[in-house]
Design a protein around this ligand. Structure first.
Ligand code: GTP
Length: 357
């Protein structure tokens, strides 16, 4: 399979919805279940027998090559093409064309945690003879996503942006197969959106756009809530990742981390390398990056604790993002979507959501 197919991963976005974490690292490089998110996606691509991958980079482009190099340690051949100015999803695909030689090109959004069989999407593409095949996933509430109806043969009939009244529960899952010629026809050198421009135009011109529909595991990791859920699903084995093997459970404690007596780690919590969790602390669905410190008796629920950050004694942190090296004083409460910027120091008891003392 590998000679006929190459993969492109779009990793050039700024990841604004995950700030402040994405101020210091691009979204696909944030640690999830102890590895950069992108490693999970690369391992799925490799498991499908594809080892030739081009990364379309822009924002913090150098971070990817510094970490993965030529891809040798993964047994893959990785190359990098950088946009000086971000060209959007379609422009990013067009920009890597000089590196593409295969007749079929698999394209992945770099922030999707998925469980679909990549080989099955390719089979649908080949058997249907389509110009482009889109992986479509069925979800409970399609209103927040691109909605993509298909006819009885699976051919895509429309490409609708987020709508309050979606005609189907099938959404664009952010994985595509393009015939190389379709990529050649995308305008070069200017920003192009594949969702808003390329797909609607292909349909308007009567080109064959096929849907590959399934109900596989799927999560866009773009928001803190989804990032926390996706990381926990990886830890618990609900989201598949060949990069993790069979190491599943209620929590994952990385080498070099320490956990004090009486601490409770549940809900798919991950504790990064060099991090420490104090006595009787309670972590439920927490993502604790490397070298962070959770002091005695602190409670962290469904939150991301940035690298080197410190959560003081008995503090409560729930549905919150704490930036790298921030310090949250003892007895603070941070709830419901709070975001603390890197390096900020909140004194003991300095933020409360209640009047109890
Ligand atoms: P937000 O700012 O939070 O919306 O995140 P984002 O910038 O990552 O945008 P979005 O989630 O819509 O992007 C989907 C995927 O496309 C991600 O993997 C991005 O890295 C990637 N992407 C978005 N814009 C560009 C771009 O201009 N160039 C490249 N190469 N990739 C992009």
């Amino acid at each position: 399979m590998s000679k006929d197919v190459q993969a492109v991963i779009l990793v050039g976005g700024k990841g604004t919805r995950l700030r402040p974490l994405t101020l210091s690292a691009p979204k696909p490089m944030l640690p999830t279940a102890g590895k950069p998110f992108l490693t999970h996606l690369l391992s799925r691509i490799k498991a499908a027998g594809i080892d030739d991958v081009v990364l379309g980079t822009s924002f913090q482009a150098e971070v990817f090559e510094d970490y993965y190099g030529s891809g040798e340690s993964l047994g893959m051949n990785l190359r990098y093409v950088t946009e000086v100015e971000p060209l959007g999803t379609g422009g990013g695909i067009r920009n890597v064309l000089p590196e593409l030689s295969a007749p079929d090109i698999l394209v992945f959004n770099g922030d999707v945690l998925g469980g679909t069989d990549v080989g099955d999407v390719l089979t649908t593409h080949r058997e249907s003879g389509a110009d482009v095949t889109l992986h479509l996933v069925r979800v409970g509430d399609p209103r927040a996503f691109g909605c993509v109806p298909t006819d009885e043969t699976g051919r895509v009939t429309a490409f609708l942006e987020k709508t309050q009244d979606p005609p189907t529960d099938q959404i664009n899952a952010g994985t595509y197969v393009f015939r190389r010629e379709v990529i050649e026809a995308i305008p070069a050198g200017r920003p192009v959106s594949v969702e808003r421009e390329v797909f609607p135009e292909l349909l308007a011109r009567g080109r064959h756009v096929q849907g590959h529909v399934d109900q596989s595991y799927w999560r866009d990791m773009g928001t803190p809530e989804d990032f926390v859920r996706g990381s926990a699903d990886l830890v618990r084995g609900i989201a598949p990742s060949p990069a993790l093997g069979d190491r599943h459970g209620e929590s994952l404690v990385q080498d070099g981390a320490s956990v004090g007596p009486g601490a409770v780690l549940i809900g798919g919590t991950v504790v990064g390398a060099g991090a420490s969790v104090g006595r009787r602390a309670r972590l439920d669905g927490a993502v604790v990056f490397d070298d962070a410190v959770i002091d005695d008796g602190a409670v962290v629920e469904r939150s991301i604790i940035g690298r080197g950050a410190r959560i003081g004694r008995r503090a409560l942190v729930r549905d919150t993002v704490i930036g790298d090296n921030a310090r949250i004083g003892a007895d603070c409460e941070l709830l419901r979507g709070a975001r603390v910027w890197p390096g900020v120091q909140i004194p003991d008891g300095g933020v409360r959501f209640s009047t109890d003392v």
